[in-house]
Ligand binder design. Structure first.
Ligand code: SF4
Length: 432
């Protein structure tokens, strides 16, 4: 790994140590170990730094790196957690992408400030109990009460739920066990209950063979999130703004327009004219993807219209069908925008998904429009615009996140509420 890679992976430590000392530590570590490893360097600094708070910060960044690199796997959903027995017989397996940190310094405030781009506060000694966990591909940090920390620590040690709950209650009589279990489900912190794992819905039997009747391209609501608009725009050689203006209902960028006979705007000569870039709704049909609040998936089956020629059977699996439709990248992008929407709803105290007609706002439309938002951001920061679509989507999501974190005025909040409404309307996945 080159020095830039280390800087990217350990931003807090570099800020805390300063560039010169960080580089010197990296050189010392590389010379002694013949490798440039971010995890190794974080551990080296945790063990050798004379300042306790820098050692704690190194452990925090180390935990974040380990979470990112932990093997993939599904967490359990709320249903399975609710069905278990809350006594000594229930043993929960805590996921490898969840780590606990107990420091004597409030390093989390410091780290959040660094990541948010603001001036870090003076590090101060105080107990900091932190959960570092990966959820939907992103590493998150949560401050824990002593009781919740004890509960998770005991579970991670392999103790039964009853014993773990007892240890937690000894430190925090008011610990709400149900709320803690719900949090574990939401973050996917538990991978098995008594050795049982959640069946993967993608293993369910399913297949669909298209009969080319085109009924699924007529009188349908085909939703489009910013990533799907960008895919269609690239296919058509347009900007996302022009694509939305010309081919979506009311130019809003959230639902594909229809021809006068009800056919999708892209249905030409009984065939899809944008097939390689068709949205997720079209790829999934006749399935619908539902995301539960804990991030797990469920697939629902649409009722087939009268006269449809396509054949549904149990010969394959949902997973194989999704692969055949090249749906994974679309699902992944939708989940990332969906995760931002969930954070926006929680932060703004709204239910954007329950609003049928989002308020019109030019500022919100500009924030949701990928090319407009990326161009504005790069103009203001002086950075060159990335050309690769994946990098542009990453940047767009960072812009949305930064807007959410920085919102303080009434205008900014109103723009974010309207943007959340637009996004909720355009997402091709729904929440249970
Ligand atoms: S985008 Fe293509 S597949 Fe989807 S509804 Fe329109 S014509 Fe049909």
């Amino acid at each position: 790994m080159n020095r830039n890679g280390l800087v990217e992976q350990l931003p807090g430590l570099r800020k805390a140590l300063g560039p010169a000392r960080f580089d010197a530590e990296a050189a010392t570590y590389a010379a002694a170990n013949h490798e440039d490893s971010a995890i190794g360097l974080a551990l080296h600094i945790a063990e050798s730094a004379p300042e306790d708070w820098i050692a704690s910060l190194a452990m925090l960044e180390l935990a974040a790196l380990i979470c990112r690199q932990a093997p993939e796997g599904a967490g359990l959903d709320a249903e399975m957690l609710a069905a278990m027995r809350v006594d000594d017989a229930s043993v929960l397996s805590v996921a490898p992408w969840a780590l606990l940190l107990d420091t004597e310094w409030r390093v989390l405030d410091w780290y959040a400030a660094v990541l948010g781009g603001s001036a870090p506060p003076e590090p101060t000694p105080d107990d900091d109990l932190i959960l570092v966990a990966r959820c939907e591909g992103e590493v998150r940090f949560e401050r824990l009460t002593a009781g919740a920390y004890a509960l998770l620590e005991a579970l991670a040690d392999g103790q039964g739920l009853g014993a773990a709950a007892g240890a937690a209650a000894a430190l925090d009589e008011g610990l709400d066990l149900t709320a803690e279990l719900a949090r574990m489900a939401r973050l996917g912190l538990v991978t098995a209950v008594n050795g049982r794992t959640r069946p993967d819905p993608r293993d369910e039997p399913f297949s669909h063979v298209c009969g080319r009747c085109t009924l699924c391209c007529r009188h349908k609501t085909v939703r489009t999130d910013p990533h799907e608009i960008a895919r269609l725009a690239r296919q058509l050689g347009l900007t996302t703004g022009d694509m939305a203006a010309r081919f979506t209902q009311g130019g809003g960028g959230t639902v594909l327009a229809r021809q006068p006979d009800g056919a999708c705007v892209f249905l030409k000569d009984n065939a899809c004219s944008v097939w390689p870039a068709r949205p997720l709704t079209c790829r999934l049909y006749p399935l619908g993807l539902v995301l539960r609040p804990d991030g797990t998936e469920a697939f629902v089956r649409a009722e087939l219209p009268l006269g449809k020629l396509g054949k549904v059977s149990d010969e394959g699996t949902i997973g194989a069908f999704l692969d055949a439709q090249d749906a994974e990248a679309f699902i992944a992008a939708s989940k990332r925008y969906d995760a931002w929407l969930a954070r926006a709803e929680a932060r703004l105290g709204i239910r954007a998904r329950a609003v049928s007609r989002p308020r019109k706002s030019a500022a919100a439309a500009a924030l949701i429009d990928l090319d407009t938002a990326v161009a504005r951001h790069c103009r203001l920061t002086g950075h060159p615009e990335p050309t690769d679509l994946t990098a542009r989507i990453d940047l767009h999501l960072q812009i949305l996140e930064a807007a959410l974190n920085a919102a303080s005025t009434q205008d900014q909040t109103a723009t974010l509420k309207a943007a959340s409404g637009l996004l909720a309307r355009g997402l091709g996945v729904t929440e249970a």
